[in-house]
Design a protein around this ligand. Structure first.
Ligand code: C2E
Ligand code: CA
Length: 786
């Protein structure tokens, strides 16, 4: 994957889109507009009222006109023009009507209902008289002179009317002027109040609010900036999904995380879902659905995504929901954190915790978990069996020692590959440690499992090609068929191990199916192991002695020391059972030293009681004892402590130990000889030694295995073979000792062959020290046990 730090998005989102002041200003502008409109309306209303009052002026001019008409009537009467009077009276009446009731055609307001109406009613009296007089004049026939009295009355009435009309006009003029002034004042007050309100609003409401909002706005911006920095610092990609509008927001980090800048132009979550790997999509959708439906308020899940270039990115997706006042989920928001590296490390750690580093197979811990799971399943489902195979590979240590650890490692890897290739799916192959491997095969029956074990044994008989070497490492396999009886992995592995041990002891390169007797044996073995580890040798162990006699002279001068352990109160545990266990556990080192010391002490005692020093004591030495670094030291200390007897202590070394090429015991045998001890090869004929190479071991004698003696009586070829062995040994200067002589016939044959010494039930069975002493002293019969 490309280095993400090198990648920078082109786009950066602005911190915020609009300032809230903008809205506030708009609201205030509307408020100002309203106030201004109101003041204009008020202004217009007042203007209208003023205009209204100006209408009084039209009435006023009507009145003035009327005044003129009355004058014209008077003048027409002066001239004695009756027609003119009649016309003027009509105009006069009309004007009078117009002034009283108003006349739009003349533009006169009319006084009805006004404050001036009483004045006008007063004037009406004069008007009636004037019109009456004028009509009277107008109706006077044309040839008669108008009566002076009528003219005089008309003049007076006209003067009275004029005076009344003048009063009315004056009254109207002064009233409307006062009215106008009041209105003007009112107008000014309204204007002043409007202005004052505006100034007050501006100074005490708008400005403080604006200042507050500006401050809050700055704080918001700062916090948004801080938030953005934190988000950028955390390297998290932020998402925000408005469920009402369906709009989805991708923060710039998305482009960095997923190497896809186009995401920033996207407004739906589909672009995200497209990048989630198909097998993880359901998991993500489930989680989002739970948030949407309100089942949970927070989510956190790991998902794998794929960039457009095909790189895999693991992310931790966190999210939360936002509800509206009614409690409905309206918005989801969250983040994606890149955990690719953590996941890789985690995987690695898990692998390390579960895997064997060398072979890549699962390790013991994980294998046990798998068996545990299988045990649970089998018990729960109450059906089906499974198999556990436990492997031990013969000769692995030899390969390690002879060819080095690298080749040893290669061998282990080759074994692992073979096991994997042979194990049917869904089997699990594990390296438990060292050269121990195990396989679990679920759902397999006993027949198929044994067939598989057989095939595996065969396969491991084939050599492994390791570089330039070809190595054979056969396998001993323990097989357990798991059923509902098993309740834990430990029991299964223990039984498989027991079966493997049985396969190994039974001759290697074979498999053994576990059965109950093996469990009993292994329990017994365990008891012996712990019994020996905790044993107080002086109190619990004892020595038995079996004589070795001269076949020709019958001299009784040798005994073999045989260890005895009563065990746990039942039957004594036989030495060929507990000695190999003592060897495996390492107790033999201490135990062998104890036998050496006890034997030396016993010989010293016998010397004293027999009165001669011709007796020799044969002591069995195990392979592990022989090769132990402290063995020669033990012998030297024994020599110092028992200087009179050590030369007559003969060490019987098993053939298998001498022929062990890997440990190369030649030097060790030489050291023993140099320390003054004699060496005898025990159980000759059971191993692969050939007489021709025996001379290099500086031996004193060979003990020919019991299996040969058993046959010489009946099978000629064995007698011939025995004869050859004895002759050759004597030629090499070795004393021959026949083991397991039980019959006189065998004795006769051995004597005929010329074998020097013999040991067996015919002469004496192993016995305690007192009886041995009596035997050595010649106080008991020879063949009494036979
Ligand atoms: P081994 O060295 O072959 O000892 C001889 C075994 O043959 C003895 O068995 C003895 O009782 C048995 N035996 C002797 N004559 C006859 C016979 O005529 N017929 C038959 N059937 N058996 C006969 P034992 O005492 O049970 O010892 C078994 C093995 O235990 C010994 O085999 C020896 O390898 C080992 N062992 C005994 N004591 C010691 C000891 O102190 N140290 C070590 N390292 N091994 C010991
Ligand atoms: Ca022996």
């Amino acid at each position: 994957m490309a280095d993400r730090d090198d990648y920078r998005p082109v786009k950066q989102q602005p911190l915020s889109e609009t300032s809230p002041l903008k809205g506030l200003r708009a609201r205030y502008l509307i408020a100002f507009g309203l106030i201004a409109t109101l003041s204009v309306v008020a202004f217009l209303g007042l203007g209208y009222l003023v205009l209204q009052s100006e209408k009084w002026t039209s009435t006023l001019s009507g009145a003035e006109l009327q005044r003129m008409v009355s004058q014209r009537i008077a003048k027409a009467a002066e001239r004695d023009s009756r027609g003119e009077i009649a016309r003027e009276v009509v105009v006069f009446e009309r004007m009078q009507h117009a002034i009283r009731y108003g006349d739009p055609a003349l533009g006169v307001q009319g006084l009805t209902g006004s404050a001036f109406e009483p004045l006008f009613i007063e004037l009406n009296g004069t008007y009636s008289e004037l019109t009456k007089t004028a009509r009277a004049i107008a109706e006077t026939p044309g040839d008669e002179a108008v009566a002076d009295g009528l003219l005089e009355s008309l003049r007076e009435q006209e003067r009275a009317y004029l005076t009344g009309m003048n009063n009315l006009i004056l009254q109207i003029r002064s009233t409307t002027r006062a009215e106008f002034k009041r209105l003007e004042l009112l107008h000014l007050v309204v204007l002043a109040l409007t202005l004052a309100t505006l100034v007050f609003e501006l100074a005490f409401v708008f400005e403080p609010a604006a200042r507050r909002i500006k401050l809050q706005w700055q704080k918001l911006q700062e916090s948004e900036q801080r938030f953005n920095l934190a988000v950028r610092g955390s390297q998290n990609a932020i998402w925000d999904w408005d469920l009402t509008s369906g709009k989805f927001y991708y923060s710039p980090m998305w482009a960095i995380l997923l190497h896809d800048e186009r995401l920033l132009d996207e407004t739906t979550p589909d672009a995200w879902f497209r990048l989630v790997t198909s097998n993880e999509l359901n998991k993500l959708n489930d989680q989002l659905e739970q948030l949407k439906t309100g089942v949970t308020d927070v989510m956190s899940t790991e998902i794998e995504m794929c960039t457009p270039c095909g790189d895999r990115v693991s992310v931790l997706c966190r999210g939360t929901s936002v509800r509206d006042a009614s409690g409905e989920v309206v918005r989801l928001a969250g983040s994606l954190a890149d955990i690719t590296e953590q996941r890789r490390v985690r995987e690695k750690l898990r692998e390390m915790a579960e895997q064997d580093a060398l072979t890549g197979l699962v390790n013991r811990g994980y294998f046990q978990e798998r068996i545990e799971l299988q045990v649970l399943r089998t018990r729960r489902d109450a059906q089906g069996t499974y198999a556990v195979l436990f492997f031990d590979f013969d000769g692995f240590k030899a390969v390690n020692d002879a060819l080095g650890h690298n080749v040893g490692d290669e061998l282990l890897i080759s074994i692992a590959r073979r096991l994997e290739e042979m194990t049917p799916t869904p089997g699990v192959v594990s390296r438990l440690g060292g050269d121990e491997f195990a396989v679990l095969v679920p759902g397999i029956g006993p027949e198929d499992a044994t067939r598989l074990a057989g095939r595996l044994v065969e396969r491991f008989r084939e050599p492994h090609k390791l570089g330039t070497h070809e190595v054979v490492s056969t396998s001993s396999i323990g097989l357990v068929i798991g059923d509902q009886e098993y309740t834990d992995a430990d029991a299964l592995l223990r039984d498989a191990d027991t079966a493997m041990y049985a396969a190994k002891v039974g001759g290697k390169s074979q498999y053994c199916v576990f059965d109950e007797s093996m469990r009993r044996d292994s329990m017994r073995r365990l008891r012996i192991e712990t019994g020996l580890l905790n044993a107080d040798f002086d109190k619990e162990l004892s020595l038995a002695f079996q004589p070795i006699v001269d076949l020709e002279s019958g001299a009784r001068e040798r005994v073999e020391v045989l260890l005895r352990w009563p065990g746990f109160g039942e039957e004594p545990v036989r030495p060929d059972v507990f000695i190999p266990i003592a060897e495996e556990t390492g107790v033999i080192i201490e135990l062998g030293e104890w036998v050496l010391i006890e034997a030396a002490k016993r010989l010293q005692e016998w010397d004293a009681r027999l009165g001669h020093t011709r007796t020799s004591v044969h002591i069995n030495i195990s392979r592990r004892q022989l090769l132990h670094p402290r063995f020669v030291e033990q012998l030297e200390s024994l020599r110092t402590r028992h200087p009179g007897v050590y030369e007559r202590l003969v060490l019987e070394v098993p053939e298998a130990a001498i022929m062990d090429r890997r440990s190369n015991p030649i030097d060790r045998l030489r050291e023993i000889r140099e320390a003054g001890y004699k060496l005898t090869l025990d159980n000759f004929g059971t191993g692969h030694s050939s007489l021709s190479c025996l001379h290099q071991f500086s031996l004193h004698a060979i003990k020919i295995d019991r299996s040969f003696v058993m046959e010489i009586e009946h099978r000629r070829e064995f007698a011939a073979l025995y004869h050859a062995i004895v002759t050759l040994s004597q030629n090499l200067g070795l004393t021959t000792i026949a083991m397991g002589v039980e019959t006189r016939g065998q004795l006769g044959q051995l004597q005929g062959i010329g074998c020097s010494l013999g040991q067996g039930y015919l002469f004496a069975r192993p016995m305690d020290a007192e009886n041995t002493l009596r035997f050595l002293a010649g106080e008991t019969e020879m063949f009494e046990a036979a």
